[in-house]
Design a protein around this ligand. Sequence first.
Ligand SMILES: [Zn+2]
Length: 280
Amino acid sequence: MPLFHSSDLCEALISGKKLLADGGIGTELIKRGVSRDRILEANTEYTAHVHEIHSEYIAAGADLITCNSFGGFTSSEMNSLVEQGIRIAYSTVNNCTKSIAVMISVHPGQLLQQKSRLAEILTDSKYDGLILLVETCTNLSQTIEAIDILGELNRNRIFVTGFFNADCVMADGTSVEQFVETIGRLNVGALGANCGVAKNNFEELVKRTTSVYHRPSIFQPAGGIPSISVDGHLQYQVSPADFSTNCMQLWSFGASVVGGCCGIGPQHIQAASALRDTIY
Ligand SMILES: [Zn+2]
């Protein structure tokens, strides 16, 4: 099946569709034994794992998947690892029976370091339809600078999510309302929040976002604060059932795309997909 092209995706979101994204690819790789400081290297060292994780999220019901690219673009070696991550995501999608959108996830700081390479990727016809997810933003002016630097790129292809503390304020003191109103003026395709350290503040983040911002939004909460088990594994608190209930709340409060971040695996996405099917 073809890629779910960014322009078709944006149209679907504007028309009110409720879509489901994947979860945290990094924590899924760690679960499979990849060292947490070699997540990007997994694109070449554990290609089969990266493929498998994308496939599992898609089989679980995700409409959008995220390339294993976060933290890259800091050197030419990192650039090629990111590009390998995009190739893996595209080849997984090409073998699917339904259209899936692909996001390349970057931190705004990455964008500022490697804007030319990233701009080349985004304008390469091979990657037509790819969405740029600028995520885990903690600083408003850095986020604006990162988006501005891409210049003429179609802003609909850019999705932006902030990292908010429990009080719905970013590390630089920006409230969720200030964030969405300011970034909203840049006419990006969707914006919202991801990850986070609080267990239950996404309901408030969605409500406060949709009270001042009336275009497509995207929310990808983490699975709570992890504890470390006796055998050294990270254990997240949020169960698939809790996550799926939370997704339904976020959609009902007006979120367009809901997915997960750290600690949200294919089982969580499957539970959310099953619940969504009963209502939407
Ligand atoms: Zn996260």
